[in-house]
Design a protein around this ligand. Structure first.
Ligand code: 13P
Length: 255
């Protein structure tokens, strides 16, 4: 299964900084064999990123999206607005949306349905907090987040789905999950998702690991078959660090 390495820039980079990053990343693109690459800049940089990425295979994603198509929703961004810029993917239910902005499971479900309706590939984020992990609740938390997001969805409506396992305690802490813990969680995520959706998903479902991934540890994750790529925060902000990470992922997967 082809790996997908995605950059989640969160609230970083102006449009000008994005253009400069994209131009430099394109110069290293020939080094990225066997890896699909996705950039998720802030909304305000999507247009500039789309123009800068023309002629490249690097794809563009958004970090969030409204569940509505248009209307009186001050400050929100709708799926057709994203599609206008050539956005193909959208991150939904990131732990920062859940925990800082109070996004509940039912909101994430509505956003997921909207993404599928508009042909955007969702990157659904799930993950347990440190407290839930020490309480032995990881599996229950993942299953409950997946059930809320996926139960009863029409399998036929899902051409492609990405689920990112991002343990909250590993995000931005420098303390990544161990590769075997990430692989165990990724297996659980895949089997729970397939059960909820009523059958094997094969290549239509890819499971990423996210949380303190960098060029030095990516190989440990992507050489374990349940993990099909990574969602990268901090290590995606500097172009050389990110390009080194993508290259290392491709090389590790080839071995
Ligand atoms: P870090 O890679 O900075 O830990 O962030 C992970 C993340 O939240 C990606 O969505």
């Amino acid at each position: 299964m082809k790996l997908i390495i995605a950059a989640n820039w969160k609230m970083h980079k102006t449009a000008a900084e994005t253009v400069s990053f994209c131009n430099s990343l394109k110069l290293r693109e020939k080094e990225f064999s066997g890896v699909e690459v996705l950039l998720c800049p802030p909304y305000t940089a999507l247009s500039a990123a789309a123009a800068a990425l023309k002629g490249s295979a690097i794809k563009l994603g958004a970090q969030n999206m409204s569940w509505e198509t248009e209307g009186a929703y001050t400050g929100e961004i709708a799926a057709p607005m994203l599609k206008e810029f050539g956005v193909t993917h959208v991150i939904l239910g990131h732990s920062e949306r859940r925990h800082i902005f109070g996004e509940a499971d039912n909101v994430i479900r509505k956003k997921l349905e909207q993404a599928l309706r508009f042909g955007l590939i969702p990157i659904l984020c799930v993950g347990e907090t440190g407290e839930q992990r020490s309480g032995g609740d990881t599996a229950a938390v993942l299953e409950s987040q997946l059930r809320a997001a996926l139960e009863g969805l029409d399998r036929e409506s899902i051409a492609e789905l990405i689920i990112a396992y991002e343990p909250v305690w590993a995000i931005g802490t420098g303390q990544a999950a161990s590769p075997t813990d990430a692989a165990d969680a990724a297996s659980l995520v895949r089997s729970a998702a397939e059960k909820l959706l009523g059958g094997a998903m094969e290549g239509a479902l890819r499971v990423q690991y996210g949380g303190s991934v960098n060029a030095g540890n990516i190989d440990g994750f992507v050489t374990l078959p349940p993990v099909n790529g990574a969602l990268v925060g901090g290590a995606s902000l500097a172009v050389d660090t990110f390009a080194d990470l993508i290259k290392a992922a491709g090389e590790a997967a080839e071995c």
